[in-house]
Write a protein that binds this ligand. Structure first.
Ligand code: FAD
Length: 481
């Protein structure tokens, strides 16, 4: 990396997508210098479905992060609010569309969580994050630089160096792997702890992602899909479809979950080898119409990954965040928010030190605090997917009947599910709960600091005060009490 300010740490981040850019922003806010290496020619990977319109869902806990960064206006200008979802039957019913009911987010809960629920394109979100990450500070200092076309091909966890494809070697105080579930940093950690390589296990479900340009939605009288609450879910048996707006006054995003019949390699950037119209199975005629006018889809075969033995290398100098740490299923409700939270947590933690010796301790603290939440969220997402894809049988029939009953009684469709599914854990991934949506990564990082981190710092201060000029002093600790 370039010339180093002696009071800041230097980090290398591998991957300039959501978790990498969020980490870069938050570390820069804490005064550290960051070099982001991205293998593609632009931020956020090459660009999802063929024209780059993957869809990012931002629940309140994610919107709040952008708001705290002063990005409210830009978010509002590029996103579309979602107030819940309308459920229809995926299979052909007696009528088309076969309306089952609605589930609306609790307004009070949303306002307490300080945010709404919004949708925008993957590409727009990473553009917003990228522009904010590289924006110079008030003193015109640029603490974040991003190199494109810089594929990392080797990581030395002990020496804390990375080598790029063109032979450049970069050294830092810490390396952060934000390069996704199949990335090189996650692989390096797996090799480091002697575990079996993990390229994921196919779950037997594929997600087809695509969109319909807005003009085509209107021409084909499909604009009712934009009606309040702005999101639809078409359920089972065995298959499901979700529609969302891709942003403000924009295209319609579609995700179809089907049994896995493809054998192709998974990637957000490759067009699916099978056409969407050929994988729909038995479905409502409205779904067939949607698929017929949609753009070519990508197919992501959903995999499950092992939990890593540790998110931190044995040397303590290399950490994984985002999907590299806790891989999420495509079109999950929480993958983007967990990635943003990771970045904020990390940055806030490192606001308390400029001491390179503390990097391993802080990386382990990150893992210790973030792992429980991310694991719970991943389990909830898995449960949500299980329910929308129930196979034909008594459970599926009971879920549908319960939803219709709730709707008839004027309630939210999810409300009765715990009575019909023995093993149903309420709330699942598609419910709003205070703990999930009211979560604040900064507060969580502060909690760690107040309970643990500052005491370690105080111990170090007595022995190492000259080398760590901005360490906390005893008097500052007293002031904080
Ligand atoms: C192009 C693209 C489109 C997506 N679209 C959707 C979507 O529509 N819906 C959805 O739910 N999720 C989508 N995702 C996934 C979603 O972004 C992630 O699940 C989540 O946000 C976590 O993000 P992440 O930053 O941890 O990882 P990712 O978003 O997967 O980003 C990893 C980044 O690391 C870069 N990278 C990988 N290897 C290297 C290397 N060796 N050297 C340098 N850089 C490297 C990649 O190019 C990429 O930019 C998409 C991901 C990508 C890459």
């Amino acid at each position: 990396m370039g010339d180093c300010d002696s009071t800041s740490l230097e980090f290398i981040i591998v991957g300039a997508s959501v978790s990498g850019l969020a980490s870069a922003i938050a570390l820069k806010e804490s005064g550290h210098r960051v070099l982001v290496l991205e293998k593609e020619a632009r931020p956020g990977g090459a660009g999802s479905v063929p024209n780059g319109s993957g869809c990012a869902q931002l629940p309140p806990n994610a919107g709040k992060i952008l708001s705290d960064w002063g990005l409210d206006d830009v978010l509002r200008a590029n996103s579309s609010p979602v107030s819940g979802f309308t459920v229809y039957k995926y299979d052909p019913g007696t009528v088309s569309p076969d309306f089952i009911g609605t589930n609306l987010w609790d307004k009070e809960l949303l306002s307490e969580a300080r945010g709404g629920y919004v949708q925008l394109s993957h590409r727009e979100l990473v553009r917003i994050l990228y522009e904010f990450a590289i924006k110079p500070s008030k003193d015109d200092i640029s603490l974040v630089s991003v190199k494109f076309g810089a594929e990392v091909v080797n990581i030395d966890c002990e020496a804390c160096t990375v080598t790029t494809k063109n032979g450049e070697v970069h050294t830092a105080d810490g390396i952060i792997g934000a390069d996704g579930a199949n990335g090189i940093v996650r692989r390096a950690l797996i090799e480091g702890d002697g575990s079996e390589p993990d390229s994921g296990t196919f779950t037997g479900i594929s997600a087809y992602n695509t969109f319909i340009p807005r003009t085509r939605v209107l021409e084909n009288d499909l604009d009712w899909l934009f009606n309040f609450p702005n999101c639809t879910l078409w359920m089972g048996p065995n298959r499901a479809l979700r529609t969302f707006p891709l942003g403000k006054d924009s295209d319609l995003s579609l995700t179809v979950y089907t049994p896995d019949i493809s054998t192709q390699h998974i990637d957000w950037n490759d067009e699916a080898e099978m056409k969407l119209t050929d994988v729909l199975g038995s479905c409502d005629k409205a779904i067939r119409k949607l698929a017929a006018v949609a753009e070519p889809a990508t197919c992501i075969r959903i995999k499950e990954y092992h939990d890593l033995e540790s998110w931190v290398s044995e040397s303590g100098r290399v950490l994984v965040v985002g999907d590299a740490a806790h891989p999420s299923a495509p079109a999950s409700m929480h993958s983007y928010s967990c990635s943003l939270e990771d970045g904020v947590f990390l940055g806030k933690l490192f606001s308390h030190t400029q001491n390179t010796e503390r990097v391993p301790e802080f990386f382990h603290a990150f893992e210790g605090q973030r792992q429980t939440r991310c694991t719970r969220i991943r389990q909830a997402e898995k449960e949500a997917l299980r329910i929308i894809l129930l196979t034909e049988g008594p459970d599926q029939a009971a879920v549908e009947a319960s939803m219709r009953e709730q709707q008839g009684a004027g309630g939210n469709v999810l409300e009765g599910l715990q009575n019909v599914l023995d093993d149903f854990v309420m709330p699942t991934g598609f419910c709003l709960t205070p703990s999930r949506y009211g979560y604040n990564a900064r507060d969580d990082a502060d909690e760690y600091w107040m309970s643990w981190g500052r005491y370690h710092d105080m111990k170090k201060d007595t022995t190492d005060v000259d080398k760590t000029p901005i360490q906390m002093t005893f008097s500052s600790l007293v002031e904080m009490e």
